[in-house]
Write a protein that binds this ligand. Structure first.
Ligand code: ADP
Ligand code: ZN
Length: 612
């Protein structure tokens, strides 16, 4: 925020005169609201003044006419204000003459007195109030526009806090010890820390200073944490800014912000600049001709200029993070810019255990609760998910009045994260519950029948999040490689719900829409990215690359072939396990949620014997 002293006096008058200052540091929406309120106020004030000053039209006459008028029967009264004499006629009209000569004035006045008509020495000039308002209104208008302009400018990043600075010895004491499961990334950053500790020595030895490092990986894997920890390890300030904050600016402001950011960094050097989500500003340039993208290009150019301008011993390191390294402009990754890319991936089971250790510090877990067990049951969880898992577990334990976190609390938290929070108090009638149970049972039946599926862990018809029911399957181990068969089985399982609706309920529900969306997404990737279709090894990477319509049509065609084939398969599998599905549906209607063992009971021996 801008401190009030910096605001020109005029503006501060407006701001102090209004109750608005408390609203100032808020979003642009608020400033817009303030602007509209101020303008409305002005319009109303002007209207009031206009109304006040509205008076009958005054006709200007000369002395002869005035003299005649004063003697006629029409005249009703006379007002004298300095040299201005105004006669009010019986019909209410006003006529005015300028009479500088006091003898002449006296003569007219005497005429009125003689006819016993009132003569007032009074001022017809505007009252002091309206004079003041006359002055105030243009000033206020100006101030209002100034204020709005300043607000917009400030909120657009014209001044004020463009970025946050955390000092090396700041309160956020994250060191490398707090970042777990990403050892490779930590190793890669070691050299950077070395450089930041003593930039000059690095230069003397002729080492090429690392200027730009790109951390790439899925969200929540600890990229921000790593950058901050690196700055802390080196004991240097950490300037952090989000790439998206450079967007939606007036033309040129984004570039100006980049300039200020680097100017500040040079002052604080050695230091780390951290640009979160750099893809927001580092997309390929020249994509389209609209002004927004032109301005973004300008911002990106400025960033490139600043990075090229670093001198070797300057001691400023820029770390950027992205989960879309593929869409970045190639100029960003040229030597001397972000020339080092460090992948920060989802941790494996061992890494997850390490991350859990970090976040379990200060939590009281029951002795039997094994972090390794949690780690094994959470494939695909990011560091942020794991931190969230322990936090939710602690909340569940507190709610339970338990004095330590138990296994059931962790399971509850995991279900909540994987499937969304339970919606208690949201009652489905029996028909809806039955339809939901059949749908979920379809997923389960297909999930159990396919060879390459993930084990089914739980099925429930308690509404959670936006879903009415959930079937939860978890990979036994981290899947690094996804085979075609696995993807096909996933699609079949997603379509299992709809298959059951069709075969067992003879209807379709809208509840399958999310399943279908996900199934089509996988199928399209198989065709357009993984080359797993009769179209052969094609790759349709960027959405904005030009493609022929014919190719797109063929991709759509191949995609729906996959979907249709898997839908057929799902139907066959559902058809083959009707008795088991009936048992499962019955169980769900009774108990809402069934665990792995109960599911096994429905599908287990009985069907196997039938088949034999
Ligand atoms: P990213 O920048 O990759 O999206 P963040 O660094 O913002 O992820 O991570 C968010 C939070 O998740 C961190 O503040 C931390 O609590 C937790 N976290 C993520 N990754 C890790 C990790 N590797 N070790 C410990 N905690 C982690
Ligand atoms: Zn479904």
């Amino acid at each position: 925020m801008v401190s009030p002293e910096k605001i020109p006096v005029l503006w501060s008058i407006v701001i102090m005169a209004s109750p608005l200052p408390r609203l100032i540091p808020q979003s642009q929406k608020t400033s817009l609201f303030i602007a509209i309120a101020l303008l409305l106020l002005l319009i109303v004030a002007s209207a009031v003044i206009y109304y006040q000053r509205r008076q009958p039209l005054v006709k200007t006459i000369d002395y002869t006419q005035l003299s005649n008028l004063s003697r006629s029967a029409e005249a009703a009264s006379l007002q004298i204000d300095g040299e201005v004499m105004t006669v009010t006629s019986k019909d209410g009209s006003l006529q005015r003459a300028i009479v500088p000569d006091s003898a002449a004035q006296k003569e007219i006045a005497e005429g009125f007195v003689k006819n016993n008509l009132p003569v007032q020495y009074q001022s017809l000039r505007p009252s002091p109030l309206s004079t003041a308002l006359n002055w105030a209104i243009p000033l206020l208008t100006l101030a209002a526009f100034g204020f709005v302009g300043w607000r917009v400018y400030a909120s657009m990043g014209g001044r004020g806090s463009d970025f946050t600075v955390v000092n090396g010895n700041g309160n956020q004491n994250v060191g490398f010890a707090e970042v777990a499961g990403v050892d490779e990334a930590k190793n890669e950053l070691a050299e950077t820390i070395e450089f930041l500790r003593d930039p000059e020595r690095f230069g003397r030895l002729g080492g090429r200073a690392p200027r730009g490092i790109l951390l790439s990986g899925p969200p929540g894997t600890g990229k921000t944490l790593l950058a901050r920890a690196a700055a802390n390890e080196a004991g240097v300030p950490f300037l952090s800014v989000s790439g998206s904050s450079f967007q939606e600016k007036f033309a040129g402001l984004g570039a100006a912000r980049v300039r200020r950011l680097f100017a500040e960094a040079r002052k604080l050097a050695p230091c780390v600049i951290f640009i979160d989500e750099i893809d927001a500003l580092g997309r390929q340039r020249g994509r389209s001709n609209d002004s927004a993208s032109a301005d973004q290009d300008q911002t990106l150019n400025q960033l490139l200029i600043e990075m090229d301008g670093f001198n070797q011993t300057g001691g400023v390191v820029v770390i950027a993070s992205t989960n879309r390294p593929d869409i970045l402009d190639q100029a960003l990754t040229r030597p001397g810019r972000f020339d080092r890319e460090i992948a920060v991936n989802l941790a494996d089971a061992r890494g997850r255990e390490e991350i859990l250790k970090v976040h379990a510090r200060g939590l009281i877990l029951e002795p039997e609760l094994d972090l390794q067990w949690i780690a094994r049951g959470t494939p695909g969880f990011s560091g942020a998910d794991l931190a969230n898992l322990l936090n939710e577990s602690a909340i569940a334990a507190t709610r339970d009045n338990s004095d330590c976190i138990q296994r059931k609390h962790v399971e509850y938290a995991r279900d909540k994260i994987l499937m969304g929070a339970e919606r208690r108090g949201f009652m489905m009638d029996d028909e809806e519950r039955y339809a939901t149970a059949v749908h979920e049972a379809g997923h389960v039946a297909v999930g159990l029948a396919v060879k390459n599926g993930d084990p089914i862990h739980k099925v429930s018809i308690l509404p959670r999040g936006r879903a009415l029911g959930v079937t939860q399957s978890l990979p036994e181990r981290d899947r690094l490689m996804k085979k075609r068969e696995y993807l096909e089985d996933q699609i079949a399982m997603l379509l299992g719900g709809r298959a059951a609706e069709q075969l067992l309920l003879d209807t379709m529900t809208a509840g399958a829409s999310n399943d279908i969306e996900r199934a089509v997404e996988i199928a399209r990737k198989m065709v357009a990215e993984f080359g797993m279709s009769p179209l052969g090894p094609i790759h349709l990477g960027r959405a904005d690359d030009p493609h022929s319509q014919a190719l797109l049509d063929r991709i759509e065609h191949a995609t729906s072939e996959i979907i249709n084939a898997q839908m057929k398969r799902a139907c066959e599998m559902v058809d083959a396990s009707r008795p088991a599905i009936a048992r499962l549906v019955e169980g769900l209607m009774e108990r809402d949620t069934l665990e792995a063992e109960e599911i096994q009971e429905c599908f287990g021996t009985a069907d196997a014997q039938q088949a034999a």
